[in-house]
Structure formats: structure tokens, C-alpha cells
Design a protein around this ligand. Structure first.
Ligand SMILES: [Zn+2]
Length: 114
């Protein structure tokens, strides 16, 4: 099983950074983890979000967010939600379903004809 991280949505904010007060450094990123098995690609139900300031090179935690940042965050979260990854079934899954049906049919055929 392998893990992948998808970036669902990223946006540069015009808001003031609560740490360095710069207006062009903030970037918000929404990511989603995904587990991969031979049959499925199964994304995590939860979206992870990160607010990073490129000017002072620090992660801004929600406790330090201003009201303006929260408003922009909510707006961008909605965009991220629309890009959310859902369970994907791989071809191997369908192949095993077909094999199972063929096996059952073969067993039924043998039972009927014996
Ligand atoms: Zn900053």
C-alpha cells in the first residue's frame, strides 16, 4: 500500500501576514492523502490545510489567523472541496469481479449438469 498527497487547491492571499505583516507572502494550500491498494485508490475523507508565509518562511497556525484570513480561507476551502478526490476503483477490481462471476457460473454449470 502506498501513500500519495494530492494538492487540491492552492492560492496566494493578499492578506497581511500576522507574523511579518507582509501582504504578498501568504499562500494557502489544501491537500488530501490517498492510500493506494491493487484494487482501489482510496482518498482520506479529511482535507489538510496549511497557511504558509513565503516572506518570513513560517507556517501560520489558525490561532494567529485574523478574521480576514478566516474569510478568505472559507472561500478557498469551498473551491478545494469541489476538487476533492473520491474512491477510485482500478481495472484489477473489475477483472476480479468478472473472474468471480465466471467461477460462480462454472460451479453452477457443473452442479446442474452432474
Ligand atoms: Zn510572514
Amino acid at each position: 500500500m502506498s501513500n500519495k498527497t494530492h494538492t487540491l487547491h492552492a492560492a496566494r492571499l493578499k492578506n497581511n501576514c500576522p507574523t511579518c505583516f507582509g501582504t504578498d507572502g501568504l499562500e494557502i494550500t489544501f491537500t488530501q492523502e490517498e492510500n493506494e491498494t491493487p484494487f482501489f485508490r482510496k482518498p482520506a475523507t479529511q482535507i489538510d490545510e496549511k497557511l504558509y508565509c513565503h516572506t518570513c518562511h513560517s507556517i501560520i497556525y489558525p490561532v494567529n489567523w485574523t478574521e480576514d484570513i478566516e474569510r478568505v480561507f472559507d472561500y478557498n476551502k469551498k473551491i478545494a472541496e469541489t476538487n476533492k478526490q473520491y474512491l477510485k476503483v482500478k481495472p484489477l477490481f473489475y477483472i476480479s469481479v468478472v473472474v468471480a462471476i465466471v467461477l460462480v457460473a462454472a460451479v453452477v454449470y457443473i452442479l446442474i449438469s452432474s
